[in-house]
Design a protein around this ligand. Structure first.
Ligand SMILES: Cc1ncc(COP(=O)(O)O)c(C=O)c1O
Length: 394
């Protein structure tokens, strides 16, 4: 494979039978409007690749699974290689003897969004893009701003005016052209699409281009590597648009296909706030797609996604893996973030607090057993949610 021979992957619709090549700047399936998924029909990652990637660092060590040609350089800030930490005290309190936290807050820009935006901006720049637009619930805007700066590109971000101030300030620090709107990420999405149409900027919205998922896939690849090519019994993932959930599921399938892991996939659990829980509602009612959630609100701003485009696919994944969906109240997720941070020394975001609150709820209802190996994702750093005025007095 070489750059001269072009990309060796194709795009398959996540819902219907459509396929297309990777040329240009793909958006969504032109037949059904749902997200594309990347497939690599000619790649067979081998055990030699597996030994080799131990010697490399960061998320791009997983190149045999990623949309990058051998002579291409990614746009990177050193994302990935985040700690997978045992959580013995929180685990003892919640009744889970084998609880782990994957701390994505240590990524450049402070959240797991770094992975997806590194991959998406790498591919878009390779296709000639130099201007981007993104609607965000918060952290994706910071990552887009930073990776845009790294690529020397312009980035327009639309964010709700209620987004935590420190997150908004970080977007400005990296040089984004930030527009605040009264509304939620869905309203920001409409504005972003209008701006993309009028300016020619590439729209990086969740699942409206296929490569952010590929970056998020490295969450699952890295987890398997850190667990010695085994997978946990259960994964608890704070869910908004669903890129992390879909990315990890895709990673586990590809690892199994390569023969690098065996057996059942982890049971995947979505956690949302009870103030915005479209996936939980659809899961519980047996629906196969999410209805838009009216008046969404939660302090966990990354979970304030009332109508996720990837709803259908997420519901399929939760059901196929034997997992589920849990809603937790804001006071509970905030309390878990506070307690977990003190117990384990990990700076938990409200979304990370939600993952721990869900772990406790799933244990209390008997869905998780005390011995299950459970990985809860702290998808972002807690400091991003603190205003200078909210800091404890010193
Ligand atoms: C900290 C945090 N956790 C979770 C999410 C939800 O991620 P996804 O949209 O991939 O479901 C977000 C999205 O903004 C986030 O910022």
């Amino acid at each position: 494979m070489s750059a001269a021979s072009g990309p060796d992957w194709i795009l398959e619709c996540s819902h219907c039978d459509s396929r297309r090549g990777p040329e240009g700047l793909p958006t969504v399936c032109d037949v059904c409007g749902l997200p594309w998924l990347v497939r690599y029909p000619d790649r067979v990652p081998t055990l030699v690749d597996r030994a080799e990637l131990r010697r490399r660092h960061g998320m791009w060590r997983f190149r045999p699974f990623l949309p990058l040609l051998p002579d291409e350089q990614p746009i990177t800030l050193g994302e990935g290689d985040t700690p997978l930490l045992r959580a013995p005290r929180t685990g003892a309190r919640l009744g889970l003897a084998d609880l782990w936290i994957k701390d994505e807050g240590t990524n450049p820009t402070g959240s797991f969004k770094a992975r997806g935006l590194s991959a998406a901006i790498t591919r878009a720049v390779a296709a000639g893009a130099d201007r981007f637009v993104l609607p965000t619930a918060g952290n994706a805007g910071v990552a887009a701003a930073a990776y845009g700066a790294r690529a020397g590109a312009l980035v327009r971000v639309y964010a709700p005016s209620t987004t935590p101030r420190t997150i908004l300030a970080q977007m400005l620090v990296y040089g984004a052209d930030l527009v605040l709107l009264d509304g939620h990420i869905g309203d920001c999405g409409k504005a972003a699409r209008a701006y993309a149409a009028e300016s020619g900027a590439v729209d990086l919205s969740t699942l409206r281009e296929p490569y952010r998922i590929e970056g998020k896939k490295t969450l699952g690849l890295e987890l398997a590597l850190q667990l010695g090519w085994t997978l946990p019994a259960a994964i608890i993932y704070p869910t908004g648009g669903g890129t992390g959930l879909i990315g990890m599921w895709k990673a586990f399938l590809e690892l199994r296909e390569a023969g690098w892991v065996q057996g059942e996939l982890p049971r995947m659990y979505t956690v949302q706030s009870s103030g915005c829980a479209p996936v939980v509602l659809a899961f519980e009612s047996g629906a196969d797609e999410c209805a838009p959630w009216p008046d969404p609100w939660t302090v966990a701003s990354g979970l304030r996604v009332p109508g996720p485009l990837g709803g259908r696919l997420m519901l399929r994944i939760l059901r196929e893996t034997g997992g589920g969906a849990v809603a937790v109240d804001d006071p509970d997720l905030e309390r878990e973030a506070r307690e977990g941070t003190r117990e384990e020394g990990v700076d938990l975001s409200p979304e990370g607090g939600a993952a721990l609150a869900a772990a406790g709820a799933l244990r209390a209802s008997g869905v998780l057993t005390p011995e299950d190996r459970v990985v809860a994702f702290n998808t972002g750093a807690g400091w991003l949610y603190r205003d200078p005025g909210d800091l404890p007095p010193v």
